[in-house]
Design a protein around this ligand. Structure first.
Ligand SMILES: C[S@@+](CC[C@H](N)C(=O)[O-])C[C@H]1O[C@@H](n2cnc3c(N)ncnc32)[C@H](O)[C@@H]1O
Length: 287
Protein backbone atom coordinates (compact mmCIF):
# COMPACT_ATOMS: atom_id res chain seq x y z
CA UNK A 1 0.00 0.00 0.00
CA UNK A 2 1.21 3.51 -0.89
CA UNK A 3 0.22 6.88 0.49
CA UNK A 4 0.30 10.10 -1.50
CA UNK A 5 0.26 13.21 0.69
CA UNK A 6 0.37 16.97 0.42
CA UNK A 7 -0.13 19.98 2.69
CA UNK A 8 -2.37 22.67 1.22
CA UNK A 9 -3.97 25.89 2.43
CA UNK A 10 -7.68 25.82 3.35
CA UNK A 11 -8.67 27.94 0.34
CA UNK A 12 -7.20 25.35 -2.04
CA UNK A 13 -9.54 22.64 -0.70
CA UNK A 14 -12.40 22.93 -3.20
CA UNK A 15 -10.16 23.19 -6.25
CA UNK A 16 -8.21 20.10 -5.18
CA UNK A 17 -11.47 18.24 -4.47
CA UNK A 18 -12.58 19.12 -7.97
CA UNK A 19 -9.32 17.75 -9.39
CA UNK A 20 -9.85 14.51 -7.41
CA UNK A 21 -13.39 14.32 -8.71
CA UNK A 22 -12.27 14.68 -12.32
CA UNK A 23 -9.67 11.98 -11.74
CA UNK A 24 -12.32 9.66 -10.21
CA UNK A 25 -10.33 9.64 -6.96
CA UNK A 26 -12.62 9.25 -3.92
CA UNK A 27 -10.22 7.96 -1.30
CA UNK A 28 -8.80 11.24 -0.06
CA UNK A 29 -8.63 11.81 3.70
CA UNK A 30 -8.41 15.53 4.49
CA UNK A 31 -7.42 16.63 7.99
CA UNK A 32 -7.05 20.10 9.46
CA UNK A 33 -3.62 20.56 11.02
CA UNK A 34 -4.19 21.64 14.59
CA UNK A 35 -3.27 25.25 15.33
CA UNK A 36 -2.91 26.07 11.62
CA UNK A 37 -5.06 27.00 8.63
CA UNK A 38 -3.32 24.31 6.58
CA UNK A 39 -4.83 20.98 5.57
CA UNK A 40 -3.10 17.63 5.25
CA UNK A 41 -4.38 15.44 2.44
CA UNK A 42 -3.62 11.75 2.10
CA UNK A 43 -4.72 9.31 -0.56
CA UNK A 44 -4.13 5.60 -0.01
CA UNK A 45 -3.30 3.71 -3.18
CA UNK A 46 -2.73 0.14 -4.14
CA UNK A 47 -0.56 0.64 -7.18
CA UNK A 48 2.47 2.70 -8.12
CA UNK A 49 0.99 3.96 -11.39
CA UNK A 50 -1.93 5.70 -9.62
CA UNK A 51 0.49 7.23 -7.12
CA UNK A 52 2.70 8.55 -9.91
CA UNK A 53 -0.31 10.10 -11.69
CA UNK A 54 -1.29 11.96 -8.50
CA UNK A 55 2.26 13.18 -7.95
CA UNK A 56 2.54 14.36 -11.56
CA UNK A 57 -0.86 16.13 -11.47
CA UNK A 58 -0.76 17.63 -7.99
CA UNK A 59 2.81 17.52 -6.68
CA UNK A 60 3.10 16.23 -3.10
CA UNK A 61 4.98 13.09 -2.15
CA UNK A 62 4.50 9.34 -2.23
CA UNK A 63 5.58 7.00 0.58
CA UNK A 64 5.09 3.37 1.44
CA UNK A 65 2.34 2.94 4.00
CA UNK A 66 4.08 1.17 6.87
CA UNK A 67 2.10 -0.84 9.41
CA UNK A 68 3.03 1.87 11.93
CA UNK A 69 1.19 4.50 9.88
CA UNK A 70 -1.81 2.26 9.37
CA UNK A 71 -2.07 1.76 13.12
CA UNK A 72 -1.82 5.52 13.59
CA UNK A 73 -4.64 6.13 11.12
CA UNK A 74 -6.89 3.88 13.15
CA UNK A 75 -5.89 5.22 16.54
CA UNK A 76 -7.65 7.95 18.42
CA UNK A 77 -7.11 11.53 17.35
CA UNK A 78 -8.04 14.95 18.63
CA UNK A 79 -10.35 16.05 15.84
CA UNK A 80 -13.22 18.04 17.34
CA UNK A 81 -16.59 16.27 17.47
CA UNK A 82 -18.76 16.81 14.40
CA UNK A 83 -22.33 17.80 15.36
CA UNK A 84 -25.28 16.94 13.13
CA UNK A 85 -28.40 18.86 14.18
CA UNK A 86 -29.07 18.43 17.91
CA UNK A 87 -28.89 14.65 17.66
CA UNK A 88 -25.63 13.18 16.36
CA UNK A 89 -22.01 13.53 17.44
CA UNK A 90 -19.31 11.97 15.27
CA UNK A 91 -15.91 11.21 16.73
CA UNK A 92 -12.90 9.78 14.90
CA UNK A 93 -11.86 8.09 18.13
CA UNK A 94 -12.14 4.31 17.98
CA UNK A 95 -11.12 3.58 21.55
CA UNK A 96 -14.11 2.07 23.40
CA UNK A 97 -13.22 3.84 26.66
CA UNK A 98 -13.07 7.22 24.91
CA UNK A 99 -16.32 6.60 23.04
CA UNK A 100 -18.06 5.70 26.32
CA UNK A 101 -16.63 8.84 27.91
CA UNK A 102 -18.18 10.97 25.14
CA UNK A 103 -21.49 9.10 25.55
CA UNK A 104 -21.50 9.84 29.29
CA UNK A 105 -20.65 13.47 28.61
CA UNK A 106 -23.54 13.82 26.11
CA UNK A 107 -26.20 11.35 27.31
CA UNK A 108 -28.94 12.73 25.03
CA UNK A 109 -26.91 12.42 21.83
CA UNK A 110 -26.18 9.53 19.52
CA UNK A 111 -22.39 9.14 19.39
CA UNK A 112 -20.94 7.57 16.25
CA UNK A 113 -17.30 6.55 15.86
CA UNK A 114 -15.88 6.78 12.33
CA UNK A 115 -12.08 6.57 12.46
CA UNK A 116 -10.24 8.16 9.52
CA UNK A 117 -9.56 5.38 7.04
CA UNK A 118 -9.18 4.49 3.42
CA UNK A 119 -12.83 5.12 2.57
CA UNK A 120 -14.77 8.35 2.01
CA UNK A 121 -17.22 9.58 4.63
CA UNK A 122 -15.82 10.66 7.98
CA UNK A 123 -18.58 13.23 8.39
CA UNK A 124 -16.52 16.36 7.90
CA UNK A 125 -17.01 16.63 4.14
CA UNK A 126 -19.79 19.01 3.04
CA UNK A 127 -21.46 16.34 0.89
CA UNK A 128 -21.64 13.81 3.76
CA UNK A 129 -22.74 16.31 6.40
CA UNK A 130 -25.57 17.62 4.18
CA UNK A 131 -26.73 14.04 3.58
CA UNK A 132 -26.60 13.38 7.32
CA UNK A 133 -28.67 16.48 8.12
CA UNK A 134 -31.33 15.54 5.54
CA UNK A 135 -31.37 11.98 6.88
CA UNK A 136 -31.67 13.02 10.54
CA UNK A 137 -34.57 15.40 9.72
CA UNK A 138 -36.46 12.66 7.86
CA UNK A 139 -35.75 10.10 10.61
CA UNK A 140 -37.17 12.50 13.21
CA UNK A 141 -40.38 12.80 11.16
CA UNK A 142 -40.71 9.02 10.98
CA UNK A 143 -40.06 8.78 14.73
CA UNK A 144 -42.70 11.41 15.46
CA UNK A 145 -45.27 9.53 13.40
CA UNK A 146 -44.18 6.19 14.91
CA UNK A 147 -43.63 4.94 11.37
CA UNK A 148 -41.43 2.04 10.32
CA UNK A 149 -38.90 2.98 7.66
CA UNK A 150 -36.19 1.28 5.64
CA UNK A 151 -32.95 2.68 4.26
CA UNK A 152 -30.41 1.99 1.51
CA UNK A 153 -27.15 3.87 0.80
CA UNK A 154 -25.65 3.64 -2.66
CA UNK A 155 -21.84 4.06 -2.46
CA UNK A 156 -21.57 3.68 1.32
CA UNK A 157 -17.87 4.61 1.83
CA UNK A 158 -17.21 4.29 5.57
CA UNK A 159 -20.82 3.25 6.19
CA UNK A 160 -21.58 6.47 8.06
CA UNK A 161 -25.05 6.89 6.50
CA UNK A 162 -26.38 3.34 7.07
CA UNK A 163 -24.97 3.40 10.63
CA UNK A 164 -26.76 6.71 11.29
CA UNK A 165 -30.00 5.40 9.76
CA UNK A 166 -29.87 2.32 11.96
CA UNK A 167 -29.20 4.36 15.12
CA UNK A 168 -32.02 6.75 14.15
CA UNK A 169 -34.47 3.86 14.10
CA UNK A 170 -34.60 2.45 10.54
CA UNK A 171 -35.78 -1.17 10.78
CA UNK A 172 -34.20 -2.48 7.59
CA UNK A 173 -30.86 -1.01 6.58
CA UNK A 174 -28.51 -1.78 3.76
CA UNK A 175 -25.74 -0.22 1.73
CA UNK A 176 -23.33 -1.17 -1.00
CA UNK A 177 -20.17 0.05 -2.68
CA UNK A 178 -18.09 -1.24 -5.57
CA UNK A 179 -14.88 -0.71 -3.61
CA UNK A 180 -13.96 -3.79 -1.52
CA UNK A 181 -11.81 -1.62 0.77
CA UNK A 182 -14.88 0.52 1.59
CA UNK A 183 -16.89 -2.63 2.36
CA UNK A 184 -14.22 -3.89 4.78
CA UNK A 185 -14.05 -0.50 6.52
CA UNK A 186 -17.84 -0.12 6.68
CA UNK A 187 -18.14 -3.60 8.22
CA UNK A 188 -15.57 -2.65 10.86
CA UNK A 189 -17.46 0.58 11.59
CA UNK A 190 -20.72 -1.35 11.93
CA UNK A 191 -19.08 -3.54 14.59
CA UNK A 192 -17.83 -0.45 16.45
CA UNK A 193 -21.21 1.30 16.40
CA UNK A 194 -24.10 -1.14 16.15
CA UNK A 195 -25.37 -4.09 18.12
CA UNK A 196 -27.70 -5.17 15.32
CA UNK A 197 -26.65 -6.36 11.87
CA UNK A 198 -27.17 -4.43 8.68
CA UNK A 199 -26.80 -5.64 5.12
CA UNK A 200 -23.55 -4.42 3.55
CA UNK A 201 -22.29 -5.80 0.27
CA UNK A 202 -19.98 -5.21 -2.68
CA UNK A 203 -21.93 -4.09 -5.72
CA UNK A 204 -21.49 -1.79 -8.69
CA UNK A 205 -24.48 0.55 -9.08
CA UNK A 206 -24.40 0.00 -12.84
CA UNK A 207 -25.16 -3.72 -12.27
CA UNK A 208 -27.50 -3.20 -9.30
CA UNK A 209 -30.73 -5.06 -9.80
CA UNK A 210 -32.66 -5.51 -6.54
CA UNK A 211 -35.27 -8.25 -6.15
CA UNK A 212 -38.61 -7.67 -7.85
CA UNK A 213 -40.75 -5.34 -5.74
CA UNK A 214 -37.93 -4.34 -3.37
CA UNK A 215 -38.06 -0.71 -2.28
CA UNK A 216 -36.78 1.53 0.52
CA UNK A 217 -38.37 4.51 2.27
CA UNK A 218 -35.10 6.44 2.10
CA UNK A 219 -32.35 5.98 -0.48
CA UNK A 220 -29.17 8.07 -0.37
CA UNK A 221 -26.47 8.41 -3.02
CA UNK A 222 -23.51 10.72 -2.44
CA UNK A 223 -21.96 10.04 -5.82
CA UNK A 224 -20.72 11.99 -8.85
CA UNK A 225 -23.28 13.24 -11.38
CA UNK A 226 -21.80 11.10 -14.16
CA UNK A 227 -22.54 7.95 -12.11
CA UNK A 228 -25.94 9.17 -10.91
CA UNK A 229 -27.45 10.34 -14.19
CA UNK A 230 -27.43 7.02 -16.09
CA UNK A 231 -28.82 5.25 -13.00
CA UNK A 232 -31.31 7.81 -11.73
CA UNK A 233 -34.47 6.21 -13.12
CA UNK A 234 -33.49 2.79 -11.77
CA UNK A 235 -32.84 4.29 -8.31
CA UNK A 236 -36.08 6.31 -8.30
CA UNK A 237 -38.09 3.17 -9.13
CA UNK A 238 -36.83 1.67 -5.85
CA UNK A 239 -37.96 4.57 -3.65
CA UNK A 240 -41.12 3.48 -1.79
CA UNK A 241 -44.30 5.51 -2.16
CA UNK A 242 -44.04 8.72 -0.12
CA UNK A 243 -40.35 7.94 0.47
CA UNK A 244 -37.27 10.05 -0.14
CA UNK A 245 -34.29 10.08 -2.45
CA UNK A 246 -31.33 12.11 -1.14
CA UNK A 247 -28.57 12.95 -3.60
CA UNK A 248 -25.31 14.63 -2.74
CA UNK A 249 -21.77 14.97 -4.09
CA UNK A 250 -22.89 16.99 -7.10
CA UNK A 251 -20.72 19.89 -8.15
CA UNK A 252 -22.58 23.14 -8.86
CA UNK A 253 -21.68 23.04 -12.54
CA UNK A 254 -23.14 19.52 -12.87
CA UNK A 255 -26.36 20.07 -10.93
CA UNK A 256 -28.39 21.15 -13.98
CA UNK A 257 -27.58 17.86 -15.70
CA UNK A 258 -29.01 15.98 -12.70
CA UNK A 259 -32.11 18.21 -12.65
CA UNK A 260 -32.66 17.60 -16.37
CA UNK A 261 -32.25 13.83 -15.99
CA UNK A 262 -34.66 13.93 -13.03
CA UNK A 263 -37.26 15.87 -15.00
CA UNK A 264 -36.91 13.61 -18.04
CA UNK A 265 -37.51 10.53 -15.89
CA UNK A 266 -40.52 11.88 -13.99
CA UNK A 267 -38.91 12.47 -10.59
CA UNK A 268 -40.58 15.00 -8.29
CA UNK A 269 -39.28 18.56 -8.02
CA UNK A 270 -36.47 18.42 -5.43
CA UNK A 271 -35.44 20.73 -2.61
CA UNK A 272 -31.90 21.98 -3.20
CA UNK A 273 -29.23 22.52 -0.56
CA UNK A 274 -25.98 24.26 -1.50
CA UNK A 275 -22.78 24.21 0.51
CA UNK A 276 -19.80 25.85 -1.16
CA UNK A 277 -19.46 24.27 -4.59
CA UNK A 278 -21.61 21.28 -3.66
CA UNK A 279 -25.31 20.78 -4.34
CA UNK A 280 -27.54 18.20 -2.66
CA UNK A 281 -31.12 17.24 -3.59
CA UNK A 282 -34.05 15.95 -1.58
CA UNK A 283 -36.76 14.29 -3.67
CA UNK A 284 -40.02 13.24 -2.02
CA UNK A 285 -42.03 10.61 -3.95
CA UNK A 286 -45.48 11.84 -3.01
CA UNK A 287 -48.16 9.47 -4.23
C1 LIG B 1 -18.42 10.39 -2.04
S1 LIG B 1 -18.35 8.74 -1.44
C2 LIG B 1 -19.76 8.70 -0.36
C3 LIG B 1 -19.56 7.88 0.89
C4 LIG B 1 -20.67 7.99 1.93
N1 LIG B 1 -21.93 7.47 1.40
C5 LIG B 1 -20.84 9.43 2.37
O1 LIG B 1 -21.89 10.02 2.08
O2 LIG B 1 -19.92 9.98 2.99
C6 LIG B 1 -18.88 7.84 -2.87
C7 LIG B 1 -18.76 6.36 -2.73
O3 LIG B 1 -19.40 5.78 -3.86
C8 LIG B 1 -18.65 4.67 -4.30
N2 LIG B 1 -18.99 4.47 -5.73
C9 LIG B 1 -18.61 5.24 -6.77
N3 LIG B 1 -19.11 4.73 -7.92
C10 LIG B 1 -19.81 3.61 -7.59
C11 LIG B 1 -20.53 2.63 -8.33
N4 LIG B 1 -20.64 2.70 -9.67
N5 LIG B 1 -21.13 1.62 -7.66
C12 LIG B 1 -21.03 1.53 -6.31
N6 LIG B 1 -20.32 2.40 -5.56
C13 LIG B 1 -19.74 3.45 -6.18
C14 LIG B 1 -17.20 5.04 -4.02
O4 LIG B 1 -16.40 3.88 -3.90
C15 LIG B 1 -17.33 5.83 -2.71
O5 LIG B 1 -17.14 5.01 -1.59
Amino acid sequence: MLVWSKIISANEQSSIEERFLNMGQTNAVIRKLSGSKKLHIEVYLKNKKEAQILKKELGGKVNKLEYKNWAKINASSNRPLIKIRDKILITDNSDAKQINKIKRQYPKKIVISIPAALAFGTGDHATTSTCLRMLVDIAKEYQKGNEKWSFCDIGLGTGILPITASLMGAFKVEGFDFDPEAIAIAKRNVIINLRNKINIYEQDLFDWSPKKGASWNVITANIFANVLNPNLKKIWNRVADNGYLLLSGILEEHHNSVLQTAQKNGLSVPKLYCKGKWVSFKFNKII
